[in-house]
Design a protein around this ligand. Structure first.
Ligand code: SAM
Length: 245
């Protein structure tokens, strides 16, 4: 897994960007009946900002096993990589959501600072862990969010790894809760070509999947989010085994 994490950016999105990406609102987060899991948490501001709303977030990421200076350096490097990508591939970062670029990157800077302070003040909310096996009991979370990993890095998560990772996210989520995953495309905006097959394999593990489209108020477009649920506690055992991809 060390090899994998070395190639993945440790990004630092703020709470409002999370809400936009996952079709959520601050009010919905404040009303959650249990804790929220952010997997991967990266260097996001979500846990720190959500606390102000009365929402408890546990963030998990293999990067939380690293010494704090290394984590901070990787988060800064991700910011630099994003700035460089915006310069070289501007078509991937359209207005108005990402522009002006400096304003967008400042929102990451603020989130990164909140993350760093929150990690030091509330280390128990940042748990080292890696998909496809998370260190949480079945059904722990009311809502699980997974941003910019499972479909964003297809060179690291092939179809079988995607199914295993998604099933694990469902396992740790309450039967009446849900998992939301975004994006469903890679870093070059290419849609996952085998999403139907992944959903079929999840179905064989008794995981229901839907693709929700949420409005993107910034530009009038829509955003696709994969929503996963299991309806029955007794079926949880199937999530750990079950047919492969
Ligand atoms: C692009 S960041 C996304 C962070 C955050 N969700 C966001 O949207 O800003 C990807 C994160 O995935 C983490 N990661 C890499 N491999 C992982 C794995 N197997 N399980 C969980 N997280 C992993 C990396 O350490 C990195 O922090």
């Amino acid at each position: 897994m060390a090899d994998i994490t070395a190639r993945v950016l440790v990004t630092s999105r703020p709470l409002d960007e999370y809400c936009g990406l996952f079709g959520l609102t601050r009010a919905r987060l404040a009303a959650l009946p249990g804790p929220l899991l952010d997997c991967p948490g990266g260097a996001a501001g979500l846990a720190a900002e959500a606390r102000e709303l009365g929402c408890r977030v546990i963030a998990t990421d293999p990067a939380y096993a690293w010494p704090a200076p290394e984590l901070a350096a990787r988060a800064l490097a991700a910011r630099a990589a994003m700035a460089a990508a915006m310069d070289t591939r501007p078509e991937l970062y359209p207005a108005p959501r990402h522009r002006p670029y400096e304003r967008y990157l400042r929102s990451w800077d603020r989130a990164r600072r909140l993350f760093t302070a929150d990690c030091a003040a509330h280390p128990q909310q940042y748990v080292a862990g890696a998909l496809p096996r998370l260190p949480f009991a079945d059904g722990t979370f009311a809502l699980t969010l997974s941003g910019y990993l499972v479909f964003a890095y297809p060179e690291l998560f092939g179809p079988a790894q995607q199914v295993a990772a998604l099933a694990e996210l469902v396992r740790v989520t309450a039967a009446d809760g849900e998992v939301r995953v975004h994006p469903l495309h890679d870093g070059a905006s290419r849609r996952c070509p085998h999403l139907d097959a992944v959903r079929h394999a999840l179905g064989e593990r008794r995981i229901a999947s839907e693709i929700h489209t949420f409005p993107r108020p910034e530009d009038g477009g829509t955003r696709r989010v994969l929503v996963l649920r299991t309806a029955d506690h007794r079926r949880r055992a199937a999530l750990r085994g079950g047919p492969g991809f």
